[in-house]
Design a protein around this ligand. Structure first.
Ligand code: UDP
Length: 455
């Protein structure tokens, strides 16, 4: 894995890339941009000033600011996703502003014609703009293939009344998706097909289907069955490969990554540390935060816990931790170099919210997981990790100290945990095989490059 793309023969074609300004969307899009650059394409990144990527980390790209003229590097923290969506994704003038920028880029690209636009699948208005300019648009879907299928079935799930079922049905299995329980569907955060979040997803699905192709951060062997199934609904060209195997996400981190974790990790025994992070958006209540802290200490395993500013609702950093916490065995940081932590030999397991980037990073490093999903695709990923891949444990009944310490010991200490960890290592191996010459991921990248070159 390399951080800087190798220089290769330039193909004198440009790709315009438009990430959604959230950490879990910026990371995979910039990994993809690096990969396409390494294949010879020139890259222009359109970005908002809100959560702007660190331009100085990408001297090989051109950056253009669009859609907002707010202060640079304002960070997403507590505003809700829907507020965010209204500010950017549903922005009335967004389509016109984008069209003006794209027209300018197309007109100025005589020596280096623009091949296509690649946007986050959630930028729904970009399809009509691209169509009006005769510019092919591909989408990056930052979830799993499996979640894409479930999202595409939200109208069906709504028709069948799943979103209004009460607690007495939570443990029942969903007929249309037998892997899932009703509570997983409810945890996605949709209350009805008419709520803004469902509209956002519905729009995303529709505009992704209308695009010239879809790209996932995954790999064929990981989601073989799902790939068969997704082609029914998404009959557009489909590409997938594991981004973390090519480029680390660290260069697009919006928060400073605390590298002092490495001397501490170096002192720990191999495979002994539990790494804990719930990503860039999830929030816990103060009571849950305390349950986590006690659960960690009670497990008696060394741990490295990311407590991001804003993680605990209504509380500032570390304010309400128990006396003496984290103790001798623990380390707490605001933000970590996650992928490198997962790759460190002291890391034995990852307690995650099951965001798809975190999941793939864990799979690529062969690290077993404990999953505590909060919203969106996370409960779907938790089922997939625990029951399809069988490389983790799903903490499905909330955050309680006893269940937490039991789950940690189950994955890190018990005999059952050894099997889970062995399987996780086997998945890493499969990811490695997929990226060698002739491997499924290598072939998928080649076909993406050929496809883009054909425009
Ligand atoms: N991340 C990081 N440091 C941390 C925690 C997370 O660099 O301390 C990165 C992580 O490597 C991943 C991204 O933030 O690439 C989180 O994306 P994910 O899809 O897992 O979750 P989200 O933040 O979108 O909920």
């Amino acid at each position: 894995m390399e951080n800087q793309p190798e220089t290769t023969v330039r193909v004198h074609r440009r790709i315009i890339i438009f990430p959604l300004p959230l950490q879990g969307h910026i990371n995979p899009m910039l990994q993809l941009a690096n990969l396409l650059y390494s294949k010879g394409f020139s890259i222009t990144i359109l970005h908002t000033n809100f959560n702007a990527p660190k331009i100085s980390n990408y001297p090989h790209f051109t950056f253009i600011s669009v859609l907002d003229n707010g202060p640079e590097n304002e960070h997403f923290s507590k505003s809700s996703l829907i507020e965010f969506a209204h500010k950017f994704i549903f922005k009335q003038e967004g389509a016109d502003e984008l069209r003006v920028q794209l027209e300018r880029l197309l007109a100025s690209g005589k020596d280096e014609p623009v091949s296509c636009l690649i946007t986050d699948a959630l930028w729904h208005f970009t399809q009509s703009v691209a169509d009006s300019l005769n510019l092919p648009r591909l989408v990056l879907r930052t979830t799993s293939v499996y979640s894409t299928i479930v999202y595409s079935s939200i109208p069906l799930l709504d028709d069948r009344g799943y979103f209004t079922l009460d607690q007495s049905h939570w443990e029942e299995h969903v007929e249309e998706f037998p892997l899932l329980k009703v509570k997983d569907i409810l945890k996605m955060g949709i209350k009805s097909i008419k709520d803004p979040y469902a509209e956002l997803i519905g729009d995303m699905v529709k505009q992704a289907k209308a695009s010239s192709g879809i790209i996932w951060n995954s790999f064929k062997e990981l989601e073989e069955t799902e790939l068969q199934r997704v082609q029914i609904d998404f009959s557009i060209p489909r590409f997938l490969f594991p981004f973390p195997k090519y480029f680390a996400a660290s260069s697009s981190s919006l928060l400073e990554q605390d590298r002092t974790v490495f001397p501490w990790l170096d002192q720990q025994l191999p495979k002994s540390v539990l790494y804990v992070s719930f990503g860039s958006i999830s929030q816990v209540k103060e009571e849950e935060y305390l349950e986590i802290a006690h659960g960690l200490v009670n497990s008696k395993q060394p741990f490295l816990w990311v407590v991001r500013p804003g993680l605990v609702t209504g509380s500032t950093w570390l304010e309400s931790l128990p006396d003496g916490f984290p103790g001798e065995k623990g380390r707490v940081v605001e933000w970590a170099p996650q992928q490198e932590v997962l790759a460190h030999e002291a890391t034995g397991a990852f307690w995650t919210h099951g965001g798809w980037n975190s999941t793939l990073e864990s799979v690529c490093e062969g690290v077993a997981m404990i999953c505590s999903p909060f919203l969106g695709d996370q409960p779907l990923d938790a089922r997939f990790i625990s029951q399809v891949l069988r490389i983790g444990v799903y903490l499905e009944n909330g955050l309680q100290r006893e269940e937490i310490s039991n789950a940690i010991r189950r994955v890190m200490v018990d005999e059952e945990g050894k099997e889970i960890r062995d399987r996780a290592r086997a998945w890493k191996q499969k990811a490695n095989v997929s990226i060698i010459k002739g491997g499924s991921s290598t072939e998928s990248i080649e076909s993406l490059v050929n496809y883009i070159s054909s425009f």
